[in-house]
Each structure stands twice: as C-alpha cells, then as structure tokens.
Design a protein around this ligand. Structure first.
Ligand code: C2O
Ligand code: CU
Length: 489
C-alpha cells in the first residue's frame, strides 16, 4: 500500500515537472548533447514534491578526471563535483550528511539565505562533524538562482581536494519567460595533482603560496579535463556557471563573433540583461548567461578561460586555459532569431540613515610572530573584533583593497548590492554574495540585515587568503559579549 502511494506520488511529481516545462521551450539539441558534461544529481528519497531529502557522504574516492588520469580525491558521494542539488524555490531541503573523511568537515551552503545553525561554520553554526560523525542540514530554500556548497573546515585544502558541488534553485516562471529549454550547469574548478594523479599537498609554496593563492595545475569543467559538448549550431542555450576553484579566476571566452547575454548573477536574475564579450568570475562567484554557439556542422569550437589580472604574478608567463570543446552536430544550423532579454524589478535600498563601515583589505606583518598575514583593517581573523549590526539594519561598506592581489569577498547568509567600483556606479543591479575587490581599488556595497541573529562570517574566497587572515564576522542582533574569538572558527 505504502509503496503504491509512493510510486503514485513520484509519478505525479514527474508529471508536474513535465508540465512546468513550457510548450515554447523544447530542446533544440541532439539527443545526448550534454552527456559528456552532465554531473551526477542528488537522489531525492522523499515522496513529498516540496521536500528534497538526500544523503551526502564525504569520502575519499577514485575519480577519473581525464582518460587514464585517476585521482584519489575528496568527494561527496564519490564524484567531483559532488551531486548537483536541484530544488524549486520554496522547497525544503534535508541533507543527511556523513563524514567519512580522515578529517573533520562541515557543509556550507554558499549564497543561500539559511538560518545561522545551518550555515556550516564550525564554532558559530555547528560543531565540526568528526570522522565517522553525522549532521542533518534542514532548511527552506528562499531564492531562485545558482548556488553551490562546500566544506568550511580547512577550506582551501578540502575544496582543493574536490569537495564542492552545484546547487540549482529553479523557478519555473523564469524558465517560461526565457523560453530556452537547453540548460547547462558548469562548475569550473581546478585540482593540484602530479602526473600519476596523486594530490599535491595543500601548503605548497609556503607563505608565498598563501599570499598568491594556490591554483590547481589542472583546470576542470564539471570535474573533467576538456570535456565535450555536442551542439546544434545556432540553437540558443542557457548556462549557469559556478567558479568553485579555491583561488583561480575564470574569464570565459566563446571565441570570435560570440557574446554572452548575461541575465543572472549570484542571487538569480539581474536587473536587466546585458551583452558581454567575456564573463569574469572570481572564486565563489556565479553567472547566468544565454549563448548561441555557432560553427560549421561537423566542426568544433573551443570555450576558453583567458588570462585575468588578479595581481602580481597572475599573468606574466602564463597562457589561456582550454575549458571544453563544442562539437557541432551534423545537422543544418538552427535559425535562432534574437535572444530573449530579461529584467527584474530591483531597487537599491534607501541609504538614508544607513550605517557607514570602512573595510580595508590589508597585508601586514604580524607584530607577534613577524610572519605575513592578510587582514581586514590590518587585523587577521585570529585577532579580529566583529562588526556589530542590529536586526534590520542597513549598512554601506566602503571596501578598499590596498594589497597587490584581488580578493573576491564573500558574505555568509545575506545578499548585498554593489553600488560603485572606483567611484563608477555599477549597473545592472545584481544580488551578490561574493564580489571581486580588485587590487588597489575601492568598491562600495550595501547590505540589509534581516531577522536572523548570529555570527555571520565574511572572507576572501581565495581560500588560502581566508586561512591566511582575510576573514572577519558580522555579529548580528546579539549582545557584544556573546562574541567568541574568530580563531575558534
Ligand atoms: Cu563559499 Cu565561507 O564560503
Ligand atoms: Cu583574497
């Protein structure tokens, strides 16, 4: 009886999914077009159509990142990236997490506005999950968009070893207005391995490695080296791109005569769509784009990441990276017509009465042990005092980067809006949770804190920089004496 009800429910929810796929949006791609790139998806074992309940096991597993190149990576459920989570906006997500790694770990839901005790930061949100231990994450997903997840213990090492995955929050009305069914999630990352596939240590290069931010020596797209996408020339596609690398920036390039119509960012659609020749993503950032790959049927195109100047040593003597190939199917090109434009009602906060905060991203010599450390206002996290904020308070942060390297700054738990960069207003507006603060530049942003009291950290998403001091916290709606030293995080 129970199984029948369950099967029926499953069938019903499958129908609902079919219905949500609008008649105007049918796949234009050949069958199996994305088979070379598709990621594993988390398996929902809850029959309730509005609850997604999944099992996540962090464990060391052998993955093949290129033909013949096997890596004993750190994984969720045995794959890199970990299984993609796919939910509808408003769904409840339950994740039964088991840590079978040799080290403690947690899961942080990057960009999602979750309750503080689901945020995954040891010392603030939860205790670290010890080897053999478990933890249940359980929250409602409030906003559509492309997000991701990763651990928050030894973050640079654990993310670098393979622990990350995509988190897609779908909004069927959005799909309907855009009318493009061919939707691809791209998780860009890298991994540092030798030619036999052995992971290289996470502390290579010592202090210099930390200062620069260690990049893996092999770039991966959805966990693979140079995978292949098959496409019908001229048929529009929607891509949602995640930069899950621990340090690397990506500057996406589709080649001559191609543009990206950027429609979304970190927190769903932007104020209006805009065309770009390149899409630059700092570590942790995301973008939603519409593209129309075109080429000779039977021919091939290449999607590359061009060099991006993220500071000293990031360009000289280096070259572009090949990300993936697009093989054009042997069928007549599709005649697309113009790509759709999108827009979203957005307004900057009324800044009247907002609290002004000055943050300087710094590199200084530690007066105690004479080593170099990153800091915020010259203080690394192990000596930092938090920013205090009241529930509902609006803050305007003037962030100045006085170091020689760019820092993608990430705030947990809240979106913010970027107001200007180097004095130039930034439009279209975009809900951000991670923003690049270029070296020797100033960026002004505004955040409105809601009713979720707690200690919410913010840090550079070049994870070596965060480990190296560039991390602090907002102490929201709590008495100041409840603050614990950040060194315990
Ligand atoms: Cu994506 Cu504190 O991290
Ligand atoms: Cu940084």
């Amino acid at each position: 009886m129970w199984t029948t009800a369950r099967a029926l429910l499953a069938a019903l929810s499958a129908l609902a999914v079919l219905d949500a796929n609008p008649a105007g949006a049918q796949s234009l791609q050949p069958a199996g077009w994305d088979a070379g790139m598709r990621m594993a998806e988390a398996v929902d074992r809850n029959p309730d159509p509005n609850v997604v309940e999944v099992d996540f096991e962090a464990r060391v597993a052998t993955v093949e990142i290129a033909p013949g190149l096997k890596v004993d990576a750190w994984t969720y459920n045995g794959t890199i990236p970990g299984p993609m989570i796919r939910v509808k906006v408003g769904d409840r997500l339950i994740v039964h997490f088991t840590n079978n790694l040799p080290r403690p770990s947690t899961i942080h839901w990057h960009g999602l506005r979750v309750p503080i005790d689901m945020d995954g930061v040891p010392g603030y949100s939860q205790e670290p999950v010890q080897p053999g231990g478990t933890f249940t994450y359980d929250f409602v997903v409030p906003d559509a968009g492309i997000y991701w997840y990763h651990p928050h213990v030894m973050s640079a090492a654990q993310v670098g070893f393979g622990l990350y995955g995509a988190f897609l929050v779908e909004d069927s009305t959005e799909t309907e207005t855009i009318g493009i069914a061919d939707d691809l999630v791209l998780v860009l990352s890298d991994i540092d391995v030798d030619d036999d596939g052995a992971l290289l240590p996470a502390d290579t290069g010592g202090t210099v490695g930390m200062l620069f931010g260690r990049e893996g020596n092999r770039v991966l797209v959805n966990g693979r080296r140079l995978p292949e996408l098959v496409a019908r020339s001229g048929a529009p596609q929607r891509w949602r791109v995640v930069n899950a690398a621990k340090s690397r920036y990506f500057k996406l390039d589709l080649g001559e005569g191609h543009v990206f119509r950027k429609i979304g960012g970190d927190g769903g659609l932007t104020e209006y769509s805009e065309d770009h020749d390149f899409i630059v993503l700092g570590a942790g950032e995301r973008a939603g784009v519409l593209v129309t790959p075109t080429g000779e049927p039977g021919g091939e195109g290449l999607v590359r990441s061009l060099l991006h100047d993220r500071g000293y040593g990031s360009i000289f003597g280096r070259d572009f990276e090949s990300l993936f190939t697009i093989r054009f199917a042997d069928e007549p090109p599709y005649d697309p017509g113009p790509l759709p434009r999108t827009s979203r009602e957005m307004e900057a906060y009324d800044l009247e009465g907002a609290t002004g905060i000055d943050l300087e991203l710094t590199l200084q010599k530690d007066p105690y042990d004479q080593t170099f450390a990153y800091g915020i206002n010259h203080v690394p996290f192990w000596r930092a005092k938090p920013i205090l904020a009241g529930l509902g308070e609006t803050q305007v942060c003037n962030v100045t980067n006085s170091t020689a390297w760019s820092h993608p700054l990430h705030l947990h738990g809240f979106f913010f809006l970027v107001l200007d960069e180097a004095g130039e207003p930034v439009r279209p507006l975009e809900w951000k949770d991670t923003v690049d603060i270029p070296h020797e530049r100033t960026v002004r942003l505004t955040v409105r804190f809601d009713e979720r009291p707690g200690t919410w950290i913010f840090h550079c998403h070049i994870l070596d920089h965060a480990d190296g001091g560039l991390l602090s916290a907002v102490h929201l709606g709590l008495p100041p004496e409840e603050f614990r030293n950040l060194a315990e995080h």
